[in-house]
Design a protein around this ligand. Structure first.
Ligand SMILES: [Zn+2]
Ligand SMILES: [Zn+2]
Length: 214
């Protein structure tokens, strides 16, 4: 696997030596070649460029990822972790599930931030590629997708200009206090569970929990 991954990453042009090593690590840890992880990887590189910073070294940057659960954006997050160095383990990556291929990178001391999202056209073409239409959407696990299909899906973004891949908002100031713990509780109007207020949604003006929402 390592040799196969090394030759796949080496076949990509235009990466710096350091970026190539991190991409190789990302591919090894992620465990399969797909189109999603490189999206996060490129989004991370472009976020750092827009903020004029290098990969984080001192827990001074935080990534707020807007992917969610149970959909195809999961792989995106691994790419963001590896290119930015903002990992879950270091406590400088947080998931704010919104089901989007998007994240915010914030410099903790200054609050300077950028929001980076994958362009719709990139997602359109990824979702109409054989990797998704012939394999993943039919239940084939990523490691069973033939190499001649997975490798182009993995490499595709790196042959594009970054501005064709991502859309960047900012830099702007981001108030990290907004992500401080919520101490308010609300009772779900349907099941009666006590729920932290920031997880409550309103339906017909009534508070409902995520389990009871329609
Ligand atoms: Zn993947
Ligand atoms: Zn409920």
């Amino acid at each position: 696997m390592f040799e196969k991954n090394r030759s796949l990453v080496n076949s990509i042009e235009g990466l710096s030596g350091e970026e190539r090593e991190y991409l190789y690590s990302a591919l090894n840890i992620h465990g399969h070649a797909c189109g999603g992880m490189p999206m996060g990887f490129v989004a991370g590189l472009e976020a750092m460029k827009a903020l004029g910073m290098n990969r984080e070294r001192n827990m001074d940057t935080i990534a707020l990822v807007h992917s969610g659960h149970g959909h195809a954006a999961g792989c995106f997050v691994d790419g963001v972790q590896f290119s930015t160095g903002c990992t879950f383990g270091k406590g400088i990556m947080k998931k704010e599930p919104k089901g989007k291929w998007q994240f915010i990178l914030v410099q903790k001391k200054t609050g300077k931030a950028v929001k980076v999202r994958i362009r719709n056209e990139v997602l359109d073409s990824a979702f109409s590629s054989p990797f998704i239409t012939h394999y993943r959407s039919k239940g084939v696990i990523p490691t069973d997708v033939p190499e001649e299909v997975a490798a182009p899906a993995f490499k595709r973004l790196f042959s594009m200009k970054p501005e064709e891949v991502v859309e960047i908002e900012g830099p702007f100031m981001f108030d990290l206090k907004k992500t401080k713990p919520c101490f308010n509780r609300v009772t779900c109007s349907i099941c009666g569970s006590t729920v932290a207020e920031n997880y409550i949604q309103l339906e017909d003006g009534k508070p409902v929990c995520l389990d009871c929402r329609h």
